[in-house]
Structure formats: structure tokens, C-alpha cells
Design a binder for this molecule. Structure first.
Ligand code: HEC
Length: 151
């Protein structure tokens, strides 16, 4: 019996460490799945949002105001190049949408406006943080800089 105790102890330790190891892999896998879902599950604005149109003139002045708003409020996550690789992006659980994708470019201005106002997950609602005009200016900037220049 005496010799059996250490053997029992060792096998118990082995089983416990095995279960810890498998717990770790499970967490890793779950976060992987979350990132994959981020890419495939699109955020779709309601059809009614398409009816919202930009009441402001698209001109260089408004675009430059939009650039300032982008730099101050959006760049940390969406990145300097609009690719979603801003400095803060790595600390997030959700991936900031890249503005360079075709899916992004295809949607209406109204849908983009609706999303910025509404917010989702770590993308906060900007309704209270920005004036409507600033939101339209930043949309003009995003479109001009990341969509039109990539065509
Ligand atoms: C804290 C990081 C963060 C900041 C700051 C941020 N965003 Fe986002 N944004 C996100 C994330 C994350 C998503 C993806 C949300 C999702 O689909 O779950 C997103 C999604 C979006 C979308 C939707 C894209 C699509 O079509 O699905 C738009 C538009 C957008 N952001 C614009 C902006 C603008 C404009 C600003 C600045 C005023 C801004 N974001 C600031 C993190 C951020």
C-alpha cells in the first residue's frame, strides 16, 4: 500500500494538469471563433436607414473637418489607413471594421450614418458624443479617403 500512494498522487496531479490544459485550449478556441464570426457576421442596418441622406455639401472644407473628427475619435481603432488596425484595435474583443472592404463600400451613406449613431459592441454610439454635422463630415472623409481613393 505504501508504494501505491505516490503513484496515486502522481496520476492525480497528471489528470488535474491535463484538465487545466484542456481548459486553456477551450478558451483559446472560443476567442478564435469570435474573431471568425466578426468577419462573417455582417452588421446590417435596417432598410429604412437607406432613406437617410446627407444634408451637407460634400466639399474640401467639410472633408477636412471630417478628417479632424476621424483623427480624434475613430483612428485609434479603425486605423490611419482605415483598415481597422489602429493602436487600440489589439486591446478589443471585436474587430474594428475595415473601411477598405467592398461590403463596406456597397452600403448607403444612410446605413453608415445609422451605424455610427447606433453603435454595436465596442463601437460606442456617437449620438451624444458628436454633432450630426460632424458625423456627416466624418462619413465624407471616410468615403473620400478610404473608398474612392482605393478604386
Ligand atoms: C473603441 C474602438 C472604436 C472606435 C473609437 C470607433 N470604432 Fe467604429 N467600430 C469599432 C468596432 C469594433 C466595429 C465593429 C462592430 C461590430 O460589427 O461588432 C466598428 C464598426 C464601425 C462601423 C460599421 C461598419 C460596417 O459597415 O459594419 C462604422 C461605420 C464605424 N465603426 C465608424 C466609426 C467612426 C466614424 C468612428 C469615429 C467617430 C468610430 N467608428 C470609432 C470600433 C471602434
Amino acid at each position: 500500500m505504501k508504494t501505491l500512494k505516490p503513484v496515486l498522487f502522481i496520476s492525480l496531479a497528471f489528470v488535474v494538469s491535463l484538465s487545466f490544459m484542456s481548459m486553456k485550449t477551450t478558451t483559446y478556441k472560443v476567442s478564435n471563433i469570435t474573431s471568425i464570426c466578426q468577419d462573417t457576421l455582417k452588421w446590417v442596418a435596417p432598410v429604412s436607414a437607406d432613406a437617410i441622406t446627407n444634408p451637407y455639401e460634400v466639399n474640401d472644407e467639410n472633408i477636412s473637418y471630417g478628417a479632424l473628427t476621424y483623427k480624434k475619435n475613430c483612428r485609434s481603432c479603425h486605423g490611419r489607413h482605415g483598415d481597422g488596425k489602429g493602436m487600440e484595435a489589439e486591446t478589443l474583443e471585436t474587430i474594428p471594421t475595415s473601411f477598405l472592404s467592398e461590403t463596406f463600400a456597397k452600403q448607403s451613406d444612410g446605413a453608415i450614418f445609422w451605424k455610427i449613431n447606433k453603435g454595436k459592441n465596442e463601437m460606442k454610439s456617437y449620438t451624444k458624443k458628436l454633432e450630426e454635422e460632424d458625423i456627416w463630415n466624418v462619413i465624407m472623409y471616410i468615403k473620400k479617403t478610404f473608398i474612392e481613393s482605393s478604386k
